[in-house]
Design a protein around this ligand. Structure first.
Ligand code: ASP
Length: 440
């Protein structure tokens, strides 16, 4: 029988209604054998995610040595869920134990993990599937680094003998039993790890949107959905801010070529987005771009020196300054006598003066300045390499909209074109690019 691994996000676990809907999805296809869940998320925009409440509990414990008031909010949520689901099971001992252990271990990662833990206990009761604790199968080092290979072996070995299971996402443990978590949103990674270990035919990631859209709906009016994209395209888009899925989720499934299908729990009839290793050639040839994503908050360190081109090691020495101050950069377009380094404001904040000063001393440029207020926009798609004139179309669309391009960088794989624009032009630029390519 085919095996599907399904992962449900926070909104799909937020209350009894959502959980009932999620259960219906699992039970409607018998190959959906392994289920990974997030902690209950927000029920409305004013609500709290259980994970955020758990981090707040840790904070309370640090300050007051207890977290009763905050943990009571979590108790109420889980009690309500169990009651509304009509489950004949007593969640109180689980809640008591969670609070007790949170006080005992005093670790923020342990505290945070209890949302997924309790969510998986409840969902396993609802489905009648076995509960498998992530602590026993996800292996971390004592420094909190995830051990992908040891986990793969352990998950495979354990689940081989279990027909159907619910597993909490987001965490695992080291050999001393201390709990460690992935970064926020990490249940997506847990699902991908399980999919690889059991050799799933597909990894279904059920969330509250019907997959990726070609652009940000807060900027572009009604952008088209993306039916299919490659792991590489996804990586480019999610790096630049399209965050439907944790960017690290692709690594486990890519190894075994397992497609990821992003689906909407609340609109299960929608096909969602399929993420595959190789998009079929015919599809690529028919398309122009796959998606547009972008981020605000960058600066450009602009350096000018005549005869820069003949000075051996110039760029290396400049970059050594960034390395020295632990600042990673995004792009480095260069001219004969100029070099621009694009960096995120969050990286360079507070270090501007020392960096300029040290570059001054290291390479003695004629001119150096930091241009702030820059945004980056990535236009992504394998189709770009098949269609000549894409960069020209993109640039003229921006020119027509009266937008100055501060930098343009085409990846050597021709998978993306990145432009830098003034942040004031950001929304207009995305719309201009979208409209240029929306009909191919
Ligand atoms: N509950 C965790 C978070 O809110 C992990 C997850 O949902 O994927 O980040």
């Amino acid at each position: 029988m085919k095996v599907k691994v399904v992962k449900f996000g926070g909104t799909s676990m937020a209350d009894a209604k959502a959980i009932t809907q999620s259960a219906k999805i699992v039970l409607s296809d018998e190959s959906r054998r392994y289920v990974v869940v997030s902690a209950p998320g927000k029920r409305n925009s004013q609500d709290h995610k259980v994970t955020d409440l758990l981090y707040a509990c840790y904070h309370d414990i640090e300050i007051n040595g207890e977290c009763k008031a905050t943990f009571d909010k979590i108790r109420v949520r889980f009690r309500e869920i169990v009651q509304d689901l009509g489950l004949d099971f007593d969640i109180e001992p689980y809640l008591d134990k969670a609070e007790e252990e949170m006080l005992k271990y005093r670790s923020s990662e342990f505290c945070a993990s209890r949302g997924e833990y309790l969510s998986a206990v409840v969902f396993s009761k609802k489905l009648g599937y076995q509960f498998v604790d992530a602590k026993d199968i996800f292996v971390f080092s004592d420094r909190g680094e995830f051990d992908a290979e040891a986990t793969n072996a352990k998950v495979g070995e354990t689940l081989k003998n279990i027909e159907r299971a619910v597993i909490p996402g987001f965490f695992g443990a080291d050999e001393n039993g201390n709990v460690h978590t992935f970064s926020r949103g990490g249940s997506d990674v847990s699902g991908a790890v399980i999919a690889r270990a059991v050799g799933a035919s597909i990894y279904e990631n059920w969330t509250d949107v019907s997959g990726f859209l070609t652009s940000d709906p807060r900027i572009v009016n009604n952008p088209a959905p993306i039916e299919m994209l490659s792991y590489r395209e996804l990586r480019e888009l999610s790096y630049m801010g399209a965050n439907v899925l944790h960017p690290e989720s692709i690594f486990p499934v890519r190894i075994s070529n397992i497609p990821i299908n992003i689906r909407n729990t609340f609109m299960p009839e929608a096909k969602g987005t399929m993420i595959v290793s190789q998009v079929p050639q015919e599809r690529i040839k028919e398309s122009s771009i796959t998606g547009i994503a972008g981020k605000k908050g960058y600066s450009i360190v602009f350096i000018e020196k005549s005869m820069m081109n003949s000075e051996l090691g110039f760029a290396r020495r400049v970059l050594s300054v960034f390395e020295y101050y632990n600042v990673s950069f995004e792009h480095m377009p260069s001219g004969i006598d100029t070099l621009s380094i694009v960096v995120a404001d969050s990286e360079i904040a507070g270090k501007e003066d020392v960096i300029v000063d040290r570059i001054q001393k290291t390479v003695n440029p004629d001119h150096i300045e930091i241009k702030t207020g820059v945004s980056l926009i990535a236009t992504v798609g394998h189709g770009m390499s098949y269609n000549p004139g894409m960069a020209a179309r993109l640039c003229s669309a921006l020119a027509k909209a009266n937008i100055n391009i501060k930098m343009i960088d085409q990846g050597s794989s021709e998978l993306n074109i990145i432009v830098a624009v003034a942040t004031g032009d950001y929304e207009n630029a995305i719309n201009a690019i979208y409209n240029e390519f929306k009909n191919r």
